[in-house]
Design a protein around this ligand. Structure first.
Ligand SMILES: O=C(O)CCC(=O)C(=O)O
Ligand SMILES: [Fe+2]
Length: 320
């Protein structure tokens, strides 16, 4: 099974799709047990019972770039077959390939956990926290075209994700207007890097939709798609995702150069990339001056997202 034309059209229109039945019940059960072991050192229910019994709830939510917990490791590969083996699912890879329109190349992958009892991984207000994930793997702000410079993030649902279990909030169609949204937001002082400070000040977007889905689904979304975390209404559940990001292979030099250089090494790499020459930046995957990626809009966004970077050589080559 891979996407029907209708599903593929939906992905291109909305910037995301949740595909059911990509993984089997048995695969998800084994993966969830392994993931519980990595984060809690025991099944979630056993951990929840301890929390109910008054023990201190302690779990490393979300992910970090050097994620070796005392219980296990959450960056790919974890060393646990029930988790690492999910990448071999042919349907899953087919869907990536269809959505990307090219054979895929690896950006990054990790376990992503939000645990109801302890979760703080959301903004205070529903209009806060909207962002694109693009800068996790790529330093090049959104181009006006979609489907070439963006990449695809995916989350595999190890269990049912219901409305009260903090499904991700996604804005349909936002990937197609991400460039303009960020240009406007920076002009209004309403953006910090990849984040929009106040969604209410952004006009013309559709209402956010919760990305619910049954166990065994896989969600796919463009790295330009604007989304946010929301709080758990039911704090007695967790949200356990196995995640993977892949980009187009013909564009991997640009879209994945951030990893590992700015994923785990960001604090060291960013000052260097900001100061260095266009020629050296191109060694790290930036398109060279004169490349059609550079426009007034992308240069404006680059100046906003990499403060201190001298964009003049790129502008001069554009004007030639
Ligand atoms: O999975 C969620 O609830 C949203 C989290 C998110 O957007 C992120 O960590 O980038
Ligand atoms: Fe995100």
């Amino acid at each position: 099974m891979s996407l029907t034309q209708t599903q593929l059209d939906q992905f291109h229109r909305d910037g995301y799709i949740v595909v059911p039945d990509v993984f089997s019940e048995a695969e998800m059960k084994a993966a969830q047990e392994a993931m519980d072991e990595v984060f809690y050192g025991k099944p979630f229910d056993a951990w929840l019972a301890e929390v109910d019994g008054g023990e201190t709830a302690s779990v490393s939510d979300g992910f970090t770039t050097t994620h070796d917990h005392k219980e296990g490791r959450s960056q790919f590969p974890t060393g646990l077959r029930a988790l690492d083996g999910l990448v071999e699912n042919e349907t899953y890879l087919d869907v990536f390939e269809q959505c990307l329109g090219d054979r895929p190349a690896y950006c990054n992958a990790h376990l992503f956990l939000r645990s109801g009892p302890t979760d703080k991984r959301h903004a205070e207000h529903p209009w806060q926290g909207y962002h694109i994930d693009h800068y996790t793997n790529c330093l090049l702000p959104p181009a006006v075209q979609v489907g070439f410079y963006d990449y695809i993030n995916s989350g595999v649902y190890l269990h049912d994700v219901l409305d009260d279990g903090a499904p991700m909030m996604v804005i349909p169609g936002s990937h197609r207007v991400a460039q303009q949204v960020y240009l406007d937001a920076f002009a209004q002082g309403n953006a910090s890097g990849g984040s929009i400070d106040d969604l209410r000040k952004v006009g013309g977007l559709a209402d956010p939709v919760p990305q619910i889905g049954p166990r065994g689904s896989a969600a796919f979304y463009s790295s330009y798609t604007i989304h946010a975390a929301q709080p758990f209404r039911n704090r007695r559940v967790q949200r356990a995702f196995w995640t993977l990001s892949l980009c187009r292979r013909d564009n991997a030099g640009w879209t994945r150069f951030a990893n590992p250089f700015i994923y785990g090494e960001r604090e060291h790499m960013m000052p260097f990339l900001t100061q260095t020459t266009p020629r050296v930046r191109s060694v790290f995957g930036f398109p060279e001056p004169g490349h059609p990626y550079y426009t007034e809009e992308t240069l404006s966004l680059l100046a906003s997202t990499i403060p201190g970077m001298d964009v003049r050589p790129y502008r001069e080559a554009m004007e030639e």
